[in-house]
Ligand binder design. Structure first.
Ligand code: TXA
Ligand code: MG
Length: 321
């Protein structure tokens, strides 16, 4: 069984030393828990992919302590620097051209000429990174394709015995993964919506912000063009039904706002930040309830609601397996 330690200074030092020694350590960030390994170490990075059962073509995010450390790994334009200055530390991942001398394992970026980099804000993540004193590759600490963990218990439920140490820093405040912003093209493009919204980005860049197509459930009006466009991800085992006004027999209702008869409510007050923080833990809880399906109330598609709807669309997508 994997050992779980608290988030005191001594435990963070121990976690950092384990990372520097090539081991895998799960630790909290402000978004979700990460499954960390030394990003320079091919064996450690390969072990991350193996522990998650993650396809090797899906690249990882490198976590560093600050912009100076990030600039040793990637090429930062004036726009990239301005975004880092505004949002780091915080839930924004920047995809930038990889420096030739970055010293990062090629496995991290799955052979791409770019690198995804982020500076987390969570004090425990920062303490672990400081103690490790190396760039840390860290995908979300869940088996590939499943719901991301927002507590140490979630990490253990999915990866027990596959990670050397889990640092328990309590619940993650943001609750959905970081915004992934691609800065390698002409227009900054959001590859994954998260805690930093397109409007937040536009306020810094002053220009257009692109948006990679959101996966969506097929409908009569807009049938799915290619099944491959809608890979199932962030998925509980129980089927998920979106835009539900009420629950059908045998279904749980995951509510939002003033909804009657909700089994659980993401935010009775209709607060999107609260809903994001509750999303993954409530999906897990309902997943264990033996329901036929999880019906989810409509969530406004603005602010961090964009990220919530992105994760819900993936959870509701037809299963590939
Ligand atoms: O909030 C987060 O970002 C969490 C915490 C632990 O930091 N991490 C996380 O990692 O969500 P992961 O591996 O589950 O998601 C990484 C995302 C994937 O969608 C991946 O395809 C994308 O970042 N990504 C990584 N490197 C990339 C690159 N070079 N180009 C484009 N996308 C990249
Ligand atoms: Mg993930």
């Amino acid at each position: 069984m994997t050992e779980v330690v608290g988030a005191d200074a001594e435990s963070c030092r121990r976690a950092g030393a384990a990372l520097a020694a090539g081991r895998l350590v799960a630790f909290p960030t402000e978004t979700v828990y990460g499954l960390g390994g030394d990003a320079r170490d091919d064996a450690a990075v390969a072990a991350i992919f193996a522990a998650k059962g993650r396809p090797s073509f899906n690249p990882l995010i490198v976590h560093v302590a600050d912009l100076a450390a990030a600039e040793r790994l990637g090429v930062f334009s004036a726009t990239a620097r301005a975004l880092a200055a505004r949002f780091w530390p915080g839930p924004l991942t920047l995809v930038v051209p990889r420096r030739a001398d970055a010293g990062i394992s090629r496995l991290v970026s799955a052979g791409l000429p770019s690198l995804a980099i982020r500076v987390p804000a969570h004090p425990v993540a920062r303490a672990v990174l400081a103690a490790a004193a190396c760039p840390v590759a860290a995908p979300s600490a869940n088996p590939s394709g499943r719901v991301s963990p927002t507590t140490a218990r979630h990490v253990r439920a999915g990866l027990d015995g596959r990670v050397d140490l889990i640092v328990d820093g309590g619940r993650c405040a943001v609750g959905v993964e970081s915004t992934v912003l691609d800065l390698t093209g002409e227009t900054p493009t959001i590859l994954r919506p998260g805690g930093v919204t397109p409007d937040d980005v536009a306020a810094v860049t002053g220009g257009p912000v692109g948006r990679a197509a959101t996966p969506r459930a097929p409908s009569a009006a807009a049938p799915l063009l290619s099944p491959g466009m809608l890979a199932s991800h962030y998925a509980p085992a129980t089927p998920v039904r979106l835009e539900a006004e009420t629950a059908a027999a045998g279904e749980a209702l995951l509510g939002f706002g003033a909804v009657a008869g909700a089994t659980l409510n993401l935010s009775p007050a209709g607060d999107l930040a609260e809903a994001a923080a509750n999303l993954f833990a409530m999906l897990r809880q309902l997943d264990e309830g033996g329901y036929r399906a999880i019906a989810v109330s409509p969530i406004p598609d603005r602010g961090i609601g964009l990220a919530i709807n992105d994760r819900l669309a993936r959870a509701a997508a037809p299963r590939g397996d």
